[in-house]
Design a protein around this ligand. Structure first.
Ligand SMILES: *Cc1c(COP(=O)(O)O)cnc(C)c1O
Length: 384
């Protein structure tokens, strides 16, 4: 079996790139190379691997797979999404500046403000749904513009092409957290992004059974520097976790199709429900950036946030669901339901939540791929 060309379809590449049969045994499933070190034939002579912090064959396979799916040239993987963002920070030096979206996954500003700021990195947060705010915030020392689209949990979108054009004119690189859409529905590199970040913990793994992160690179320089950071700082993904994500991406296309189909129907059901005050979903024509969603995404995905009107209503809904699992995280085959104000966005405080319009009555749903009728029946009884 040969590796498919980069022009092959998404599902073909997802199943085959990095999943070539094992040359020594013919095993169709990639082996998990549970080894720390590698026998050397003589001084200085290896088979390409010398120590698993620097490189591991199972990790190489996953990195090739993810690079292909995002249209990048390399995809160094890390122990978690946050470890990937940490590795990105390791490419900077004291005095460097990042312009970041003011509505990011809560862990990212926590890392930036409470860890990286101590090392002299500087951060400015702006509402990137209007690219002109990015233009105004860029300084001489800005290295990266860091965005997430759609945002968690308000589903605000940032125009990747517009922000990339602005950043490139000023000599900075654009990093896009593409976790919510996965490369199946959104490929930021096509719109000018320089680095694509994922928490592979979510849709790429898809089964809620492992943590990981990736930084998909577009230049040789980024790839070399991040490979060095993997070796030097060591927050790499373990071979077993790599194997889980490789296994996960094989079904990414079919899972995302179902997530999207169910997401659309669920959003429409919630929009019509009298107990639901507002629905945040980029696939609804009422979404203020519906047109941008159609332009830069090929599907709308499974992430839906609803306004129930009060903390008491949100609590009641979360207590009453039976099939939906209440918990952090998203992107698994099972439907997960959460309360952003007290869970994912507790760290930014009440003032921070108010500033981005995140209320105590909001509930976020990651629509899984169970039978849709069962999911709707569960929400119907929980809302009723
Ligand atoms: C979960 C998540 C992260 C952090 O990833 P971990 O794997 O939990 O470290 C970053 N960004 C987004 C959008 C996420 O959902």
């Amino acid at each position: 079996m040969t590796t498919p060309k980069s022009t092959a379809g998404f599902a073909t590449r997802a199943i085959h790139v990095g999943n070539e049969a094992d040359p020594s045994t013919g095993a169709v499933a990639p082996p998990i190379f549970a080894t720390s070190t590698y026998a050397q034939e003589e001084l200085g002579k290896t088979k390409g691997y010398d120590y698993s912090r620097a490189g591991n064959p199972t990790r190489t396979r996953l990195e090739q797979n993810l690079a292909s799916l995002e249209g990048g040239i390399a995809a160094p993987v890390f122990a978690s999404g946050m470890a990937a963002v940490g590795a990105l920070c390791h490419l900077m030096k004291a005095g460097d500046h990042i312009v970041a979206s003011d509505n990011l996954y809560g862990g990212v500003p926590r890392l930036f403000n409470q860890v990286m700021a101590n090392f002299g990195l500087q951060f400015t947060y702006v509402d990137t749904t209007d690219p002109r705010n990015v233009e105004r915030a860029i300084r001489k020392n800005t290295r990266y513009v860091y965005i997430e689209t759609p945002t968690n949990p308000l589903m605000g979108l940032t125009d990747i092409a517009a922000v990339s054009a602005i950043a490139h004119k000023r000599g900075c690189e654009v990093v896009v957290d593409n976790t919510f859409m996965s490369p199946y529905f959104q490929q930021p590199i096509k719109f000018g992004a320089d680095i694509v970040m994922h928490s592979t913990t979510k849709f790429l793994n898809g089964h809620s059974d492992g943590l990981g992160g990736v930084l998909v690179c577009t230049t040789k320089e980024q790839a070399e520097q991040l490979a060095f950071v993997q070796k030097a700082a060591g927050a790499i993904m373990s071979p077993f976790e790599c194997w889980l994500v490789l296994r996960g991406t094989k079904t990414l296309a079919v899972r995302m199709k179902q997530h999207d189909e169910s997401g659309r129907v669920m959003a429409d059901f919630l929009r019509r429900h009298r107990k639901v005050k507002q629905v945040f979903y980029p696939g609804l024509k009422s979404h203020p950036q519906y047109e941008l969603a159609c332009r830069q995404m090929s599907g709308f995905g499974a992430m839906i946030t609803i306004e129930t009107g009060s903390l008491a209503n949100a609590k009641r809904l979360l207590k009453r669901v039976r099939l939906c699992t209440m918990g952090e995280s998203l992107g698994g085959v099972e439907t997960l339901i959460s309360h952003p104000a007290s869970m994912t966005h507790a760290a930014i405080g009440a003032a921070g939540r108010k500033a981005i319009g995140l209320t105590d009555g909001m509930v976020r749903i990651s629509v899984g791929i169970e039978d849709l009728g069962d999911l709707i029946a569960d929400l119907e009884q929980a809302l009723g």
